[in-house]
Design a protein around this ligand. Structure first.
Ligand code: NAG
Ligand code: NAG
Ligand code: NAG
Length: 606
């Protein structure tokens, strides 16, 4: 039962087979392991062999995961010599067409090769972005624009920006816009946008397709924008540095391939160039039953929708899909102990298709135990005469972290496994604001709609959202699950049976259709539970996991606004759909310039 969640500013908590892992003769250990370096190389060779002398660009290469029943039976049989088929899904551009290719690695062959002709394009490659970002520097009109502004070309840096879709009927080519910034005395280029220049690059021709220099707006000053090693301003800052985490006996989790065991938890952790972290087959050991009980079959970030609210000419189209357009995994950065992960962290590297070739992504995920003096459970008993009983259990958890730097923003994704059996998912947002250069130097001068807040002289921080949507395929204590809404309903005391006037009670409702399970949070007192309807506790209660949202919001745009059509999956905070392996990406498989016809909002039935 996949559950899609959407949250803004962001976090949700969610809370329910067994898995065994052993080394195999196949070079990978587990049917859900992402492709190894040699498998990626094999993919490249197989695809290139069938397109000799033709340029092929690889936009996405990932594991075509086996169907869920196959994986579950592999686990229960515990027989590594009978591994499910090992396949890759490859999205390429060949001769200006998008191909969706399934490669069978065991037979070294292409199983299918389909041309996708619908709306939208695959993820951008980092290579093509890098090439495009250099084009303006040999383009005379751009050189003149920079000179006209009194700026020095060698201090200019350009960055790719996707263009979205605004109702055009005609299918447009693959293209991006470039947004240019000025360094000259700072490394914080995002604070120094060069406004008024529109550069459209046709990606298939790799040429500047249109260029416009409209207006001159001052480039914000470099002063005060530096962020590298800021000088401590006060004694207290000095004292805050240098905190250390000691774990003299080493970590208490173990890694067997990609399978992590910690406390009662067991789960598989992997990496995908689009989704980033993928947690699979999370299960928790039940001491009473002497067995692992399943919780989460597969969980990952499905989409990250970031629409800006600035309608000015160079800004209205900044409506990004950070996973589907730029790749949340592709944008991940190398992590280091004591720089983003604590000193007791262990680091995992994976293989990835990047810059036109298979390579390694070292230290892209870190895993560490967290203990910060918090309390998991406590009680002080004072009611017993002559006795004070105080019992405390400290909260220790295990965190799996990745940091994706998508342009100016850095997303810190944490999956935190707790001893209580819950999994807390947090996405922290840091980095730089995306700002617009402006005439204004003081708030009192602003008389028109500014679409943001003046954050420094000549610098407007634009209003925008970050909607993070998670795909959570829960299998709580077994494969068959239902989604239950526990509505907290108030009733009036109708006779004099009680001195009270009102009370509330729980009215449970099992979702029968997909539309029953669409939820806009905040519209009533509601608990959401994924239960296994076939199992009960010894007391006869349902067995399930609560989905505990953080502060969730919804979109404020109307259904007919083009970005909102593409991001229609944000309309509800929770959607529940039946298992379908190909319905992974809430914004559709081809998100760049999508028209919203392949989103979760379209798959979900009334
Ligand atoms: C392949 O790409 C190279 C470099 O981008 C280019 O020079 C060449 O003309 C391309 N070949 C074909 C057949 O398109
Ligand atoms: C009063 O109402 C309660 C429930 O609201 C009910 O159980 C009870 O029987 C009622 N008593 C009388 C006297 O009607
Ligand atoms: C799975 O999803 C795809 C894409 O939405 C759809 O085309 C296909 O019919 C679905 N398969 C099943 C069995 O529902």
């Amino acid at each position: 039962m996949p559950l899609f969640f959407k949250i803004s500013h962001l976090f949700l908590l969610l809370f329910v087979s067994t898995l065994s892992s052993s080394s195999s003769p196949f070079g990978y250990n587990h049917p859900l392991d992402s492709l190894t370096l040699s498998e990626l190389t094999q993919v490249k060779t197989i695809v290139k062999k069938s397109y000799l002398l033709i340029n092929v660009t690889f936009h996405y290469v990932g594991l075509n995961e086996p169907e869920k029943p196959l994986v579950l039976s592999w686990i229960s049989i515990n027989h590594p010599t009978k591994n499910p088929p090992r396949e890759a899904i490859v999205i390429t551009r060949i001769d200006q067409k998008t191909h969706e290719i399934i490669v069978d690695l065991s037979s070294d062959s292409i199983l299918s090769d389909k041309i996708y002709d619908g709306h939208g394009y695959p993820m951008l490659t980092s290579q093509e972005q890098n090439v495009a970002e250099k084009l303006p520097f040999t383009y005379q009109p751009f050189i003149s624009s920079i000179e006209k502004r009194g700026l020095r070309l060698k201090e200019v840096v350009c960055q790719s920006s996707t263009v979205g879709w605004y109702g055009e009927k005609r299918k447009s080519n693959r293209m991006i816009k470039l947004i240019c910034y000025y360094l000259d005395g700072t490394v914080n280029l995002y604070m120094r946008p060069i406004e008024g220049i529109t550069i459209v690059v046709g990606l298939d021709q790799m040429k500047i397709a249109s260029y416009l220099d409209r207006l001159m707006v001052p480039v914000p000053k470099a002063d005060g924008t530096d962020y590298i090693e800021p000088k401590p301003r006060a004694r207290s800052n000095l004292q805050l540095d240098g905190k250390r985490i000691m774990q003299p006996d080493g970590p208490t989790f173990t890694l067997d391939g990609n399978t992590v065991r910690w406390a009662d938890w067991k789960f598989h952790v992997d990496y995908d160039m689009r989704a980033g972290i993928i947690i699979s087959l999370a299960s928790i050991f039940d001491d009473d039953k002497g067995e692992f009980r399943s919780v989460l079959y597969r969980g990952f970030i499905s989409e990250v929708f970031v629409p800006y609210m600035d309608l000015s000419e160079d800004w209205y189209d900044r409506t990004f899909f950070d996973a589907g357009e730029f790749g949340f995994g592709l944008s991940a950065v190398e992590l280091q102990a004591s720089k983003g992960c604590p000193e007791n962290a262990k680091f995992l590297g994976y293989s990835i298709y990047q810059d036109g070739t298979p390579g390694k992504m070292p230290n892209v995920i870190c895993i560490f135990e967290r203990y910060a003096g918090d309390i998991m459970w406590r009680h002080t008993e004072l009611a017993i005469p002559g006795e004070v009983i105080a019992k405390v259990k400290p909260a220790v958890s295990l965190v799996v972290r990745m940091v994706s730097t998508v342009g100016n923003y850095d997303y810190i994704t944490d999956y935190e496994f707790k001893q209580s059996g819950s999994i807390k998912v947090t996405v922290g947002l840091t980095g730089m604001l995306e700002v617009r250069g402006s005439m204004y130097t003081h708030n009192d001068h602003i008389t028109e709609e500014a679409y943001g807040t003046l954050v420094a002289e000549n610098t407007l921080g634009a209003y925008h959202d970050h909607f993070l949507t998670f795909h959570l395929d829960l299998y709580v204590d077994g494969h068959e699950n239902s989604f239950v809404k526990n509505n907290l309903k108030t009733s009036r005391v109708i006779n004099k049976s009680s001195p009270r006037k009102r009370y509330w009670t729980v009215v449970s409702e099992t979702a029968k259709t997909e539309s029953d399970a669409r939820i806009q949070l905040g519209s009533g007192a509601l608990e959401m539970v994924a239960v296994n309807p076939n199992k009960k506790t010894n007391l006869g209660n349902k067995i399930g996991y609560y989905l505990i949202p953080g502060s969730a919001t919804g979109p404020l745009l109307s259904d007919d606004d083009y970005p909102q059509i593409r991001g229609g999956f944000t309309k509800y905070n929770v959607w529940v759909t039946p298992y379908n392996k190909s319905e992974k990406w809430a914004g559709g498989l081809y998100t760049d310039q999508s028209h919203g016809d392949d989103t979760l909002a379209m798959w979900s039935l009334m």
